[in-house]
Design a protein around this ligand. Structure first.
Ligand code: HEM
Length: 482
């Protein structure tokens, strides 16, 4: 199997020609950074960006990867009204996301598009509002709290496996099954209940919103929501909003104690003792629901493919599961005893990070990075999918090699900033522990009694960026009893 991003005829072999030495200090970028005064601009395509915007819309990763292949670690150009800077090097990624995070805000256009569904949740907010929301939510996503939700993940996984019995001998809609299952998990974690019909309607609405949002990113302004051609977006937003508000109303009338994420949000207080108001609760629930299942479904889909296409690795994980679990369901205490399963998930997230391109940032004040001074208002682009396939940091970057995450394997240390499927710095994914726990549980439940295999005659999936990185055709696999 080839894991490279096949982008039409173009295949990304990022930076291979630039530096095979794996020594960061000898890279083109480092040379460039030390020899450049802050007045100089990094190299990049000429023009005002029409062509580049068209190319990005057609094939985002291929286009941005192509710039870096040609121009180096820091690429700068004009993209319509913006001065656009794209970074690839792990040190620059950390300089931006960790050291300079207070000088960056999310790209307002992306914020505007996301806000139509997410309101002013932690994903969208900036400055002191973001800090307050993040501090209020963080304890609810801490490992101990997430571990308490694990039995519920197990129950959802076991029910799903029962539903799938016998369904997958020929071809099984693996991607659709992962989307349904991760939605089930997040609904139960949030509201302690789930409803199949509601889940199906919500899944359809999420799909419509993703398609619309991908189109909107490449237009400078959105037409108003009342415009006749906005009917699908209007309907999708109304479906999701109605569904979250109904759950909030249900909880108001329910006196029984719950130990779920909504309960955590209702009880959360800021340092002044204030909680979320009704609108705030709605927004945080919406973000937890949307951010909490789409990305995990994409990750599990790619993990399924990596397992199906690497039967030996899959067999070794199955043996580890037999040894540690001996047929019983996993508990939180078991997860650290499953390093092989854990490494397979980490490697999947390296090759196919669902957040293949981080939400683009804007410099709010001058930012100095890589020896260049980035002016206020400039756009900053970071692309984990490219950094994570850079041969300077990952030997055989396009191969599935879970052992690279085994410190004893001799693969060498991965530089900080080179592996960032959950982002980095203060705005790192709030749900990273939730997501890894869920993937471990579902992965263990699947491979305990089943084997995943490719469907004969179907071509290997190719990645496509639709908000999350997904196979361009819905992934089908065979699910066989082992
Ligand atoms: C494999 C699954 C997941 C991946 C790969 C992922 C990835 C990411 C990334 C890369 C970011 C940072 C975006 C940026 O810096 O621009 C992010 C932010 C976020 N994620 Fe996740 N995520 C996953 C699952 C989840 C889950 C399960 C939840 C909640 C239950 C969640 C909630 C959030 C929230 C609330 C933010 C915004 C944090 C902030 O701005 O302070 N994510 N995620």
């Amino acid at each position: 199997m080839s894991n490279s991003f096949k982008t039409g005829a173009c295949r990304l072999r990022i930076m291979r020609a630039m530096d095979k030495s794996k020594q960061p200090e000898t890279t083109f970028a480092a040379t460039q950074a030390t020899s450049t005064s802050s007045a100089a601009r990094p190299p990049g395509p000429a023009g005002i960006g029409f062509q580049q915007m068209r190319a990005m819309r057609r094939d985002y990763l291929g286009t941005v990867g192509g710039w870096h292949q040609r121009w180096g670690d820091v690429v700068q150009q004009r993209l319509m009204v913006y001065r656009d800077y794209s970074f690839l090097h792990p040190e620059h990624v950390r300089e931006l996301l960790v050291a300079s995070h207070e000088q960056l805000i999310r790209w307002p256009r992306a914020t505007e598009i996301f806000a139509s569904a997410h309101g002013q949740s932690v994903l969208v907010a900036e400055g002191s509002a973001w800090k307050r929301q993040r501090q209020m939510l963080q304890p609810g996503f801490a490992p101990k709290r997430v571990d308490a939700l694990l039995p519920l993940m197990v129950a959802a996984g076991q029910q799903a496996l029962q539903r799938w019995q016998g369904a997958g001998r020929e071809a099984f809609g693996f991607e659709a099954a992962m989307t349904q299952l991760t939605m089930e998990v997040i609904l139960r974690s949030l509201f302690s209940r789930s409803d199949e019909a509601q889940g199906r309607a919500a899944a359809e609405a999420v799909h419509v919103l993703s398609l619309v949002a991908m189109g909107e990113f490449y237009w400078p302004v959105s037409s108003p929501l009342w415009a006749p051609w906005k009917a699908p977006k209007r309907r999708a937003l109304a479906t999701l909003d109605g569904f979250i508000r109904r759950e909030l109303a249900r909880r108001r009338e329910d006196d029984t104690p719950h130990d779920d994420l909504l309960d955590m949000m209702i009880r959360a207080r800021d340092p002044e003792g204030r909680g979320f108001d009704e609108g705030g609760l709605r927004d945080e629930c919406m973000t937890t629901f949307l951010a909490g299942h789409e990305t995990t479904a994409a990750a599990l889909t790619w993990w399924g493919w990596c397992m199906a296409s690497h039967p030996q690795e899959q067999q070794a994980i199955a043996e580890e599961l037999d040894q540690v679990l001996a047929g019983r369901a996993p508990t939180a205490a078991d997860l650290p005893q499953l390093p092989r399963l854990s490494r397979s998930i980490k490697e999947t997230l390296r090759l196919y990070p669902p957040g293949a391109a981080l939400l683009t940032r804007i410099a709010s004040t001058p930012v100095r990075v890589a020896g260049f001074e980035i002016p206020p208002g400039a756009m900053i682009r970071l692309t984990p999918a490219l950094t994570q396939r850079d041969p300077r940091w990952f030997q055989e970057p396009e191969a599935f090699r879970p052992e690279r995450f085994d410190p004893g394997s001799g693969h060498g240390e991965i530089p900080r900033g080179a592996y960032l499927p959950f982002g980095a710095g203060p705005r790192v994914c709030l749900g990273s522990h939730f997501a890894t726990t869920e993937m471990m549980v579902i992965g263990a439940l699947i491979l305990q009694h089943h084997r995943l295999a490719p469907v004969p005659g179907l071509a290997p999936p190719t990645p496509r960026l639709d908000i999350t990185l997904r196979p361009s055709q819905a992934l089908q696999l065979r699910l066989e009893r082992r």
